[in-house]
Write a protein that binds this ligand. Structure first.
Ligand code: SF4
Length: 360
């Protein structure tokens, strides 16, 4: 039986208990978190990046954490991955790598850090672990979930396969490792059409986002059987509210994430992944832009882009906002919360992600 060890006499022993990251690497003392002239001086260059978003009166609350986190990252040889929806003080002041979930996991593999801290939600931390199985992956709050990832389980995928025998299954990366282990291939919002068409079949099951599925179906002849999940942030946008912005200012450029309902994408000037949206703003530099996505992203793009006015219909992702500077600091000090995945399940889930990555 897998996982059991044998003695010379043939008796079977249970494997030794797995040590936690804290047991392997040790807990560090909590740093001093006072606002001092030294903290002010050492974080001044970082405040420059966020001064348009974070008022001066708030910086003394963030800066001691920013300094402590950056010091401990070096001591631990850790890297912080921050999704585009993380708050500006995380995205701009402590993150080493920023991007969408797949960019983050892939770039983490190129780093020589021993520890990855995921500024994002749980499925993202799992994807980082899948692609970096030998690194310690920590998420500062394991309750950071996702309405899409939680809409479906691996058992649901097995039922779908029974109902539609022989039909391949494509899973958006916003799914748990348990689901990724049951599907044929993963996709992101930027390569979903390409992935669907790469399978060379006339019908695919696409999960879990029904809106992304509908937006993909508009761009391909492949028949899409969709699961019923939705992102609780993007499903709230409506075409009517975007048309009101357009009526107020006909020159405004509206760019939407494809997790929005199709009628929202229909009235937008452009739809793409968070990475594609950022690229659109930085390349085209519209005078005024409406970002139809989670609201921290507008703050983060604004901090990196001059001369663009951002209009922000503010839909917050409560799961992303569970990640805070104090919790990131706790992760570095206490090495929690460690993300682990059963090796056999990880092997199958990694195959689905790798198949997508290998698709040129
Ligand atoms: S924004 Fe939507 S898809 Fe992204 S983590 Fe939040 S609930 Fe999930």
């Amino acid at each position: 039986m897998q996982g059991l060890q044998h003695t010379t006499s043939g008796a079977r022993l249970a494997p030794p208990p797995r040590l936690t990251a804290a047991q392997r690497l040790g807990v560090l003392p909590m740093p001093n978190l006072a606002w001092t002239p030294e903290v002010e001086r050492e974080t001044a260059h970082l405040y420059e990046k966020v001064k348009g978003i974070i008022p001066p009166v708030e910086w003394p609350f963030h800066a001691p954490y920013v300094k402590a986190i950056n010091d401990l990252k070096r001591e631990r040889n850790a890297v912080i991955l921050a999704h585009n929806y993380q708050t500006p003080e995380i995205y701009n002041c402590v993150a080493d790598v920023v991007g969408d979930s797949l960019q983050l996991a892939r770039l983490a593999g190129k780093s020589d850090a021993d520890i990855i801290i995921q500024g994002g939600v749980h499925f993202m931390a799992e994807t980082s672990k899948l692609l970096n199985p030998h690194k310690t992956v920590l998420i500062p709050d394991s309750r950071a979930g996702c309405s899409l990832a939680e809409s479906i389980t691996g058992a649901d995928v097995r039922v779908l396969r029974q109902r539609y025998p022989g039909v391949p299954v494509v899973a958006y990366v916003n799914t748990s490792a348990d689901v990724k282990a049951e599907v044929d291939i993963c996709c992101t919002s930027s390569n979903a059409v390409k992935v669907v068409e790469s399978l060379g079949v006339d019908t695919v099951i696409f999960l879990p986002d029904r809106f992304l599925a509908a937006n993909v179906a508009r761009q391909t002849k492949v028949k899409i059987i969709a699961w019923h999940g939705a992102c609780e942030v993007h499903e709230r946008f409506t075409a009517e509210e975007l048309q009101r912005y357009r009526a107020d200012d006909p020159s405004i450029e509206i760019i939407a994430h494809p997790e929005c309902p199709p009628e929202v994408v229909e009235v937008s000037d452009f739809a793409g992944s968070t990475a594609a949206m950022i690229d659109y703003v930085k390349t085209r530099k519209p005078r005024r832009v409406l970002l139809v996505t989670e609201c921290s992203m507008a703050d983060n793009v604004a901090s990196e882009t001059q001369g663009v006015e951002f209009v922000r219909p503010c839909n917050l992702c409560p799961h992303m906002k569970r990640i805070t500077l104090p919790k990131i600091l706790d992760s570095l000090v206490y090495l929690r919360e460690e993300v682990t995945i059963d090796p056999a399940l990880a092997e199958r889930a990694r195959r689905s992600v790798q198949r997508m990555i290998d698709l040129k």
